[in-house]
Design a protein around this ligand. Sequence first.
Ligand SMILES: C[S@@+](CC[C@H](N)C(=O)[O-])C[C@H]1O[C@@H](n2cnc3c(N)ncnc32)[C@H](O)[C@@H]1O
Length: 251
Amino acid sequence: MSKEILKQNKVSWDIVAPHFNGVDALPNYGPFAQTEEELQLFEDIQGKKVLEIGYGSGHSLRYMDSKGASELWGVDLSNTQQEAATQLLQGLKPHLFCGAMETDVGLPREYFDYVYSVYAIGWTTDLQATFDLIYSYLKKGGTFIFSWDHPLYAHVTSEDGTLRLKGSYQEEGAKVMKNFKGEEVDMMIHKRKISTYMNQLIHSGFRIEEVIESEPGQSYDGIEAEVSDRYYSLYKARKFPATMIIKAGKR
Ligand SMILES: C[S@@+](CC[C@H](N)C(=O)[O-])C[C@H]1O[C@@H](n2cnc3c(N)ncnc32)[C@H](O)[C@@H]1O
Protein backbone atom coordinates (compact mmCIF):
# COMPACT_ATOMS: atom_id res chain seq x y z
CA MET A 1 0.00 0.00 0.00
CA SER A 2 1.19 3.53 -0.67
CA LYS A 3 1.24 6.03 2.18
CA GLU A 4 1.05 8.84 -0.39
CA ILE A 5 -2.22 7.50 -1.87
CA LEU A 6 -3.75 7.07 1.58
CA LYS A 7 -2.72 10.63 2.51
CA GLN A 8 -4.30 11.99 -0.66
CA ASN A 9 -7.48 9.91 -0.20
CA LYS A 10 -7.78 11.16 3.37
CA VAL A 11 -7.63 14.82 2.26
CA SER A 12 -10.35 14.08 -0.31
CA TRP A 13 -12.55 12.14 2.14
CA ASP A 14 -12.39 15.05 4.57
CA ILE A 15 -13.87 17.18 1.76
CA VAL A 16 -16.63 14.80 0.59
CA ALA A 17 -17.52 13.37 4.02
CA PRO A 18 -20.56 15.66 4.59
CA HIS A 19 -22.18 14.14 1.47
CA PHE A 20 -22.32 10.79 3.30
CA ASN A 21 -24.25 11.74 6.40
CA GLY A 22 -26.27 8.58 7.06
CA VAL A 23 -26.55 7.83 3.34
CA ASP A 24 -25.16 4.27 3.24
CA ALA A 25 -25.93 3.07 6.72
CA LEU A 26 -27.64 0.10 8.34
CA PRO A 27 -30.34 -1.09 8.13
CA ASN A 28 -29.59 -0.12 4.49
CA TYR A 29 -26.85 -2.01 2.67
CA GLY A 30 -26.75 0.21 -0.40
CA PRO A 31 -28.79 1.82 -3.17
CA PHE A 32 -31.93 -0.14 -4.08
CA ALA A 33 -30.78 -3.14 -2.01
CA GLN A 34 -32.73 -5.18 0.50
CA THR A 35 -32.29 -3.97 4.07
CA GLU A 36 -30.89 -5.82 7.09
CA GLU A 37 -34.48 -6.07 8.37
CA GLU A 38 -35.29 -8.10 5.24
CA LEU A 39 -32.07 -10.12 4.98
CA GLN A 40 -31.39 -10.77 8.70
CA LEU A 41 -27.70 -11.44 8.10
CA PHE A 42 -26.76 -10.52 11.68
CA GLU A 43 -28.16 -13.34 13.74
CA ASP A 44 -28.16 -11.75 17.20
CA ILE A 45 -26.61 -8.40 18.00
CA GLN A 46 -27.70 -8.31 21.66
CA GLY A 47 -24.61 -8.20 23.91
CA LYS A 48 -22.20 -8.51 20.97
CA LYS A 49 -18.97 -6.56 20.39
CA VAL A 50 -19.06 -4.96 16.97
CA LEU A 51 -16.49 -3.21 14.80
CA GLU A 52 -17.34 -1.12 11.74
CA ILE A 53 -14.83 -0.59 8.93
CA GLY A 54 -15.37 2.90 7.45
CA TYR A 55 -17.98 4.02 10.01
CA GLY A 56 -18.59 7.32 8.20
CA SER A 57 -21.20 9.41 9.99
CA GLY A 58 -21.74 6.71 12.66
CA HIS A 59 -25.36 5.88 11.75
CA SER A 60 -24.71 2.13 11.42
CA LEU A 61 -23.04 2.06 14.84
CA ARG A 62 -26.11 3.85 16.24
CA TYR A 63 -28.25 1.11 14.64
CA MET A 64 -26.03 -1.50 16.33
CA ASP A 65 -26.59 0.22 19.68
CA SER A 66 -30.36 0.21 19.10
CA LYS A 67 -30.12 -3.59 18.61
CA GLY A 68 -28.29 -4.07 21.92
CA ALA A 69 -24.60 -4.32 20.91
CA SER A 70 -22.45 -4.22 24.05
CA GLU A 71 -19.44 -2.38 22.54
CA LEU A 72 -19.23 -0.08 19.52
CA TRP A 73 -15.90 0.18 17.72
CA GLY A 74 -14.92 1.61 14.37
CA VAL A 75 -12.12 2.75 12.10
CA ASP A 76 -12.40 5.44 9.42
CA LEU A 77 -9.79 7.34 7.42
CA SER A 78 -11.42 10.75 7.74
CA ASN A 79 -11.17 13.18 10.65
CA THR A 80 -14.34 14.89 9.44
CA GLN A 81 -16.20 11.56 9.74
CA GLN A 82 -14.68 10.92 13.16
CA GLU A 83 -16.01 14.29 14.35
CA ALA A 84 -19.47 13.64 12.84
CA ALA A 85 -19.69 10.13 14.34
CA THR A 86 -18.46 11.32 17.74
CA GLN A 87 -21.24 13.92 17.74
CA LEU A 88 -23.92 11.43 16.62
CA LEU A 89 -22.88 8.76 19.12
CA GLN A 90 -22.60 11.05 22.15
CA GLY A 91 -23.28 9.15 25.36
CA LEU A 92 -22.78 5.70 23.77
CA LYS A 93 -19.04 5.46 24.60
CA PRO A 94 -17.90 4.38 21.12
CA HIS A 95 -14.25 3.56 20.37
CA LEU A 96 -13.70 5.54 17.16
CA PHE A 97 -10.29 5.18 15.53
CA CYS A 98 -9.15 7.51 12.77
CA GLY A 99 -6.88 5.60 10.42
CA ALA A 100 -6.70 3.36 7.37
CA MET A 101 -8.42 -0.01 7.35
CA GLU A 102 -5.40 -1.58 5.60
CA THR A 103 -3.03 -0.62 8.44
CA ASP A 104 -2.73 -1.79 12.02
CA VAL A 105 -4.32 1.05 13.98
CA GLY A 106 -4.18 -0.84 17.29
CA LEU A 107 -7.59 -2.52 17.30
CA PRO A 108 -7.83 -5.57 19.61
CA ARG A 109 -7.29 -9.04 18.12
CA GLU A 110 -9.58 -12.06 18.52
CA TYR A 111 -12.08 -9.71 20.19
CA PHE A 112 -15.15 -9.02 18.01
CA ASP A 113 -18.30 -11.04 17.38
CA TYR A 114 -19.08 -9.00 14.29
CA VAL A 115 -16.99 -6.90 11.94
CA TYR A 116 -19.05 -5.19 9.25
CA SER A 117 -18.82 -2.48 6.62
CA VAL A 118 -21.31 -0.67 4.42
CA TYR A 119 -19.93 0.77 1.17
CA ALA A 120 -16.38 1.33 2.44
CA ILE A 121 -14.30 -1.84 1.86
CA GLY A 122 -13.74 -1.09 -1.84
CA TRP A 123 -11.81 2.05 -0.88
CA THR A 124 -8.94 0.03 0.52
CA THR A 125 -5.64 0.28 -1.33
CA ASP A 126 -4.74 -3.24 -0.16
CA LEU A 127 -7.65 -5.68 -0.03
CA GLN A 128 -5.66 -8.69 1.17
CA ALA A 129 -4.08 -6.76 4.06
CA THR A 130 -7.53 -5.44 5.00
CA PHE A 131 -9.15 -8.90 5.04
CA ASP A 132 -6.16 -10.35 6.97
CA LEU A 133 -6.56 -7.65 9.62
CA ILE A 134 -10.34 -8.12 9.83
CA TYR A 135 -9.83 -11.86 10.26
CA SER A 136 -7.42 -11.15 13.12
CA TYR A 137 -9.91 -8.82 14.89
CA LEU A 138 -12.64 -11.47 14.95
CA LYS A 139 -13.09 -14.08 17.65
CA LYS A 140 -13.23 -17.66 16.48
CA GLY A 141 -16.84 -18.15 15.38
CA GLY A 142 -17.14 -14.44 14.55
CA THR A 143 -18.71 -13.06 11.39
CA PHE A 144 -17.73 -10.46 8.80
CA ILE A 145 -20.44 -8.83 6.68
CA PHE A 146 -19.83 -6.16 4.08
CA SER A 147 -21.59 -4.48 1.19
CA TRP A 148 -20.06 -2.74 -1.79
CA ASP A 149 -20.96 -1.74 -5.35
CA HIS A 150 -21.62 -4.87 -7.38
CA PRO A 151 -18.35 -4.95 -9.40
CA LEU A 152 -20.19 -5.27 -12.72
CA TYR A 153 -22.66 -2.47 -12.00
CA ALA A 154 -20.34 0.35 -13.11
CA HIS A 155 -19.94 -1.41 -16.45
CA VAL A 156 -23.63 -1.56 -17.22
CA THR A 157 -25.02 1.69 -18.56
CA SER A 158 -28.53 2.45 -19.66
CA GLU A 159 -29.00 4.21 -22.98
CA ASP A 160 -32.66 5.03 -23.64
CA GLY A 161 -33.48 2.06 -21.45
CA THR A 162 -31.25 -0.45 -23.22
CA LEU A 163 -28.53 -1.83 -20.94
CA ARG A 164 -25.08 -1.96 -22.50
CA LEU A 165 -21.69 -3.15 -21.30
CA LYS A 166 -19.18 -0.30 -21.00
CA GLY A 167 -15.42 -0.76 -20.62
CA SER A 168 -13.78 -3.96 -19.51
CA TYR A 169 -14.86 -5.94 -16.47
CA GLN A 170 -11.66 -7.97 -16.89
CA GLU A 171 -9.35 -5.04 -16.18
CA GLU A 172 -8.57 -4.54 -12.53
CA GLY A 173 -6.44 -1.82 -10.99
CA ALA A 174 -6.30 1.70 -9.63
CA LYS A 175 -8.32 4.57 -11.04
CA VAL A 176 -8.01 8.27 -10.18
CA MET A 177 -11.13 10.33 -9.48
CA LYS A 178 -10.93 14.09 -9.85
CA ASN A 179 -14.56 14.80 -9.08
CA PHE A 180 -16.77 13.13 -6.50
CA LYS A 181 -20.19 14.30 -5.39
CA GLY A 182 -19.53 17.56 -7.23
CA GLU A 183 -16.35 18.29 -5.21
CA GLU A 184 -12.88 18.65 -6.69
CA VAL A 185 -10.87 15.78 -5.28
CA ASP A 186 -7.87 13.63 -6.02
CA MET A 187 -8.81 10.10 -4.97
CA MET A 188 -7.63 6.70 -5.95
CA ILE A 189 -10.00 3.77 -6.03
CA HIS A 190 -9.31 0.18 -7.07
CA LYS A 191 -11.49 -1.73 -9.50
CA ARG A 192 -11.77 -5.40 -8.57
CA LYS A 193 -13.72 -8.36 -9.86
CA ILE A 194 -16.20 -10.20 -7.68
CA SER A 195 -13.89 -13.25 -7.71
CA THR A 196 -11.07 -11.11 -6.29
CA TYR A 197 -13.21 -10.21 -3.27
CA MET A 198 -14.14 -13.84 -2.77
CA ASN A 199 -10.68 -15.32 -3.32
CA GLN A 200 -8.98 -12.83 -1.01
CA LEU A 201 -11.52 -13.61 1.72
CA ILE A 202 -10.72 -17.30 1.27
CA HIS A 203 -6.95 -16.59 1.34
CA SER A 204 -7.39 -14.77 4.66
CA GLY A 205 -8.99 -17.89 6.12
CA PHE A 206 -12.67 -16.92 5.89
CA ARG A 207 -15.43 -19.32 4.97
CA ILE A 208 -17.91 -17.56 2.69
CA GLU A 209 -21.40 -18.18 4.06
CA GLU A 210 -23.66 -16.08 1.88
CA VAL A 211 -23.37 -13.90 -1.21
CA ILE A 212 -26.19 -11.55 -2.12
CA GLU A 213 -26.55 -9.80 -5.46
CA SER A 214 -29.13 -7.22 -4.47
CA GLU A 215 -32.67 -6.78 -5.68
CA PRO A 216 -34.84 -3.77 -4.92
CA GLY A 217 -36.12 -4.14 -1.36
CA GLN A 218 -39.71 -4.38 -0.17
CA SER A 219 -40.08 -0.61 0.01
CA TYR A 220 -40.08 -0.62 -3.82
CA ASP A 221 -42.81 -3.25 -4.12
CA GLY A 222 -45.61 -2.02 -6.37
CA ILE A 223 -43.60 0.96 -7.62
CA GLU A 224 -43.41 1.16 -11.38
CA ALA A 225 -39.85 1.74 -12.59
CA GLU A 226 -39.79 4.45 -15.22
CA VAL A 227 -37.18 4.06 -17.94
CA SER A 228 -34.10 5.89 -16.65
CA ASP A 229 -30.50 6.31 -17.75
CA ARG A 230 -29.34 7.47 -14.32
CA TYR A 231 -26.39 5.64 -12.74
CA TYR A 232 -28.56 4.46 -9.86
CA SER A 233 -32.17 3.90 -10.83
CA LEU A 234 -34.95 1.52 -9.90
CA TYR A 235 -35.22 0.73 -13.61
CA LYS A 236 -31.61 -0.49 -13.76
CA ALA A 237 -31.69 -2.13 -10.30
CA ARG A 238 -34.73 -4.23 -11.31
CA LYS A 239 -32.63 -5.72 -14.11
CA PHE A 240 -29.19 -5.77 -12.53
CA PRO A 241 -27.84 -5.89 -8.94
CA ALA A 242 -26.50 -2.55 -7.70
CA THR A 243 -24.95 -3.95 -4.53
CA MET A 244 -23.13 -7.11 -3.51
CA ILE A 245 -23.23 -8.24 0.10
CA ILE A 246 -20.93 -10.94 1.42
CA LYS A 247 -21.14 -12.74 4.75
CA ALA A 248 -18.09 -14.73 5.82
CA GLY A 249 -17.16 -16.53 9.00
CA LYS A 250 -14.03 -17.23 11.04
CA ARG A 251 -14.39 -20.86 11.97
C1 LIG B 1 -19.29 5.75 1.34
S1 LIG B 1 -18.61 6.07 2.88
C2 LIG B 1 -19.39 4.88 3.92
C3 LIG B 1 -20.52 5.48 4.61
C4 LIG B 1 -20.81 4.83 5.93
N1 LIG B 1 -21.31 3.48 5.76
C5 LIG B 1 -21.79 5.69 6.68
O1 LIG B 1 -22.70 5.13 7.32
O2 LIG B 1 -21.65 6.91 6.70
C6 LIG B 1 -16.99 5.40 2.82
C7 LIG B 1 -16.21 5.65 4.12
O3 LIG B 1 -14.97 4.95 4.01
C8 LIG B 1 -13.97 5.77 4.59
N2 LIG B 1 -12.69 5.33 4.02
C9 LIG B 1 -12.21 5.53 2.76
N3 LIG B 1 -11.02 4.95 2.61
C10 LIG B 1 -10.72 4.37 3.81
C11 LIG B 1 -9.61 3.61 4.30
N4 LIG B 1 -8.57 3.33 3.51
N5 LIG B 1 -9.64 3.18 5.59
C12 LIG B 1 -10.70 3.46 6.40
N6 LIG B 1 -11.78 4.17 5.99
C13 LIG B 1 -11.79 4.61 4.70
C14 LIG B 1 -14.36 7.19 4.23
O4 LIG B 1 -13.76 8.14 5.08
C15 LIG B 1 -15.88 7.11 4.37
O5 LIG B 1 -16.30 7.49 5.64
